[in-house]
Design a protein around this ligand. Structure first.
Ligand code: SME
Length: 146
């Protein structure tokens, strides 16, 4: 596990900066540090829906309804979801036709989901339990920004 990654994120974010500024840099850090990641970014909760936030990668869906796709399911259940093969996830929202696996972690503040972290890969089975542990630590760090 890469403990430096958490330290890098802590050192670059600043609660005094706008949320978009902080999350933009974090999306770049995530894409660079999680191997084989083709898309890394955030969906932000507004009016009980997920709206696209800062990201690195190809154009993505602007809005995701609660309960829809991997992101909307994680929003609903407040749990991290690892999808080893997106082609087998019923209801998966394909922003990119080349995406094959995905990990989604909610950012929770005062028991409510305020945002979603989404990483996509063009490889099957790209994300592990260790990635889940690490992304959940990052999610806790980022919840301080909301
Ligand atoms: N695949 C996601 C949608 C977001 S994009 O992958 C960036 C989902 O099923 O929720």
């Amino acid at each position: 596990m890469n403990n430096n990654l958490e330290q890098t994120i802590i050192s670059i974010i600043d609660k005094k900066y706008p949320l978009v500024t902080n999350l933009s840099n974090v999306s770049s850090i995530l894409k660079t540090n999680f191997p084989n990641t083709s898309w890394a970014g955030f969906y932000l909760v507004e009016k009980d829906k997920l709206f696209l936030g800062p990201f690195q990668g190809d154009v993505a869906c602007s809005v995701i309804e609660k309960g829809k796709g991997v992101c909307g399911t994680s929003f609903n259940t407040q749990k991290t979801i690892i999808v080893d093969n997106v082609l087998e996830f019923s209801g998966h929202i394909a922003c990119s036709s080349t995406s094959r696996s995905e990990i989604v972690t909610p950012i929770i503040k005062n028991n409510k989901v305020v945002a979603i972290i989404d990483l996509d890969s063009n490889l099957y089975n790209n994300y592990t339990k260790n990635d889940k542990i690490q992304l959940e630590k990052i999610s806790k760090i980022l919840s301080s920004l909301f």
